[in-house]
Write a protein that binds this ligand. Structure first.
Ligand code: ZN
Length: 274
């Protein structure tokens, strides 16, 4: 099964709220939406429940993106604690809306070595897992996203390692971030092979085209998102790999035109599937 939809409320949706966003996603012929708490978790649990009911009725798969200002690697305990509170508040709403994943960017290396950062993220994710369980949240997984800048924790290798070692953690593959971070190179087949040991029954991903700057050969930093038509990277190559492998996958469009590019992705996938 392939789940497609926008990161947030569709651009064409006149009412700028989650409930109407879900309805619009369904009317457009899409079946996924990521609820964005990127600037803070402001949604009430009641609205989250209503969103979950509408999504269930319309067969729209929901996911949640936690706020951007999260840093599990911070040296300041208070900052780590605030980050964890934001993830837990996002997860609480995810559970209420029957979403099975809360996506977040784990943090910045800062002065830590890559190994120290890995250990720190693992430790904090273990604690998050314990706290989710004590809150009675069972279905929501911690989705650690691959990140697009050299300064941020989150190469595919790092995310895979946390996912292997810590219960409740799964990778969220942001293809644009991998492409930018590797200086404009991406091998979809290699990524899927690499994830195989995790035996995931569903993979959550983000796709957009992206402008990046090169920091050295094979290394880059994400700058801004671009529309699908610029083919940086080329979605069709990814689509072919997904169809070939018959993956159970969600692809959230983070393009500047959100759902409009989800519809283009859908058309490309249908063309290949014929
Ligand atoms: Zn993200």
């Amino acid at each position: 099964m392939i789940w497609l939809g926008p990161a947030g409320i569709p651009t064409v949706c006149k009412e700028r709220n989650t409930l109407d966003g879900i309805k619009t996603v369904s009317q457009l012929g899409l079946n996924a939406m990521e609820v964005e708490f990127v600037r803070g978790v402001k949604m009430s649990l009641e609205i989250a429940k209503q969103a979950g009911e509408i999504a269930k009725e319309l067969n729209v798969r929901l996911s949640v993106h936690a706020p951007y200002f999260i840093n599990l690697c911070s040296k300041e305990n208070q900052k780590v604690e605030n980050s964890k509170s934001m993830i837990l508040a996002s997860a609480e709403r995810a559970e209420a809306m029957h979403a099975d994943i809360v996506v977040f960017h784990p943090g910045f290396y800062g002065k830590l070595s890559t190994h120290e950062a890995l250990e720190k993220v693992k430790k904090e994710c273990e604690d998050l897992g314990d706290r989710l369980r004590s809150m009675g949240i069972k279905k929501v997984k911690l989705g650690l996203e691959t990140t697009g800048k050299q300064s941020t924790f989150g190469t595919l290798e790092e995310i895979l390692q946390v996912s292997k070692d810590v219960k409740n953690c799964v990778p969220v593959v942001d293809f644009a971030h991998i492409f930018a971070r590797q200086g404009g190179i991406i091998d979809y087949s290699k990524i899927f092979d690499y994830l195989k040991p995790l035996k995931l029954n569903h993979l959550h991903t983000h796709f957009t085209c992206v402008q990046f700057s090169l920091s050295s050969i094979g290394k880059g930093n994400e700058r801004y998102h671009l529309e699908l038509k610029v083919k940086k990277p080329d979605f069709e190559l990814l689509a072919r790999e997904i169809v070939k492998r018959n993956l159970n996958i969600t692809i959230i469009s983070e393009s500047p035109v959100l759902e409009q590019d989800s519809l283009k992705m859908k058309a490309i996938l249908e063309k290949i599937n014929k």
